[in-house]
Design a protein around this ligand. Structure first.
Ligand code: ATP
Length: 211
């Protein structure tokens, strides 16, 4: 099984990295592919350039076995719809089961994504959450969870996709928005993200003047 972790990564931080590592270990994933998006659909566009976001990701993932970057969305023109990405990945990785890693916030907005049911059939959804999650409030998402929820990780190995699994992970309340704000204010970013990423932000003066 392969983990698919899409995001802006503007910048990548420990709130992305630690939960991804825990999911990889808990589910025995062969790898986690980090997919930086090209053009955001549901949010403001990234501040750092594609090259800068890639350089930060490369620095962050260096030395972690199983963590790889996939530039599939950067290489594709137009808005980065996850459903298109997954269809492409199914062609590129035939016979592999894909697990889409989502933070709880991303999962709560999942029904606003393009073709959410199709996404959920192309892969398993692995929601990185607090232990003892509650059912989502949004009725369509609630119905999807009731239909597709998998109580055990073992059930993910069988089918190609279509299950929803809640993986408890260490909660780190870190966001890229907060990191950018701190950088703009000249505050330290230490311990929020890898030192190697912090150095790139400092050396290239990223995020200064952005609030
Ligand atoms: P921003 O603050 O700019 O919106 P972000 O820190 O939320 O960015 P993204 O790159 O937009 O990061 O997020 C990509 C994915 O990472 C989403 O699925 C999101 O839910 C998840 N994620 C981000 N931060 C965390 C965190 N602290 N813990 C768990 N998941 C996270």
């Amino acid at each position: 099984m392969i983990g698919i972790y899409g995001g802006t990564f503007d910048p990548v931080h420990h709130g992305h990295l630690r939960p991804a590592l825990e999911v990889m270990e808990a589910l025995g994933l062969d790898e986690v592919r980090f997919l930086p998006l090209r053009r955001a659909v549901h949010r403001e566009q990234p501040i750092a350039t594609q090259d800068q976001r890639l350089a930060m990701l490369r620095a962050a993932l260096a030395g972690q076995p199983g963590f790889v970057i996939d530039e599939i969305e950067l290489e594709r023109d137009g808005p980065s719809y996850m459903v298109d990405t997954l269809r492409q990945l199914r062609g590129k990785l035939p016979g592999r089961t894909l697990c889409l890693l989502l933070g709880g916030d991303a999962f709560n907005g999942f029904m606003t994504w393009r073709e959410p049911e199709a996404i959920s059939s192309l892969c398993h959804l692995v929601v990185m959450q607090r232990p003892g999650h509650r059912l989502p409030e949004e009725p369509r998402l609630r119905a999807l969870v009731q239909e597709r929820h998998s109580p055990s990780a073992g059930a993910l190995a069988e089918p190609d996709g279509g299950r929803i699994f809640f993986q408890p992970v260490t909660q780190l309340d870190i966001s890229a928005t907060d990191i950018r704000r701190r950088a703009a204010n000249g505050q330290s970013l230490r311990f929020l993200l890898p030192d190697s990423v912090m150095r790139i932000i400092c050396e290239q003066n990223l995020y200064t003047g952005h609030h």
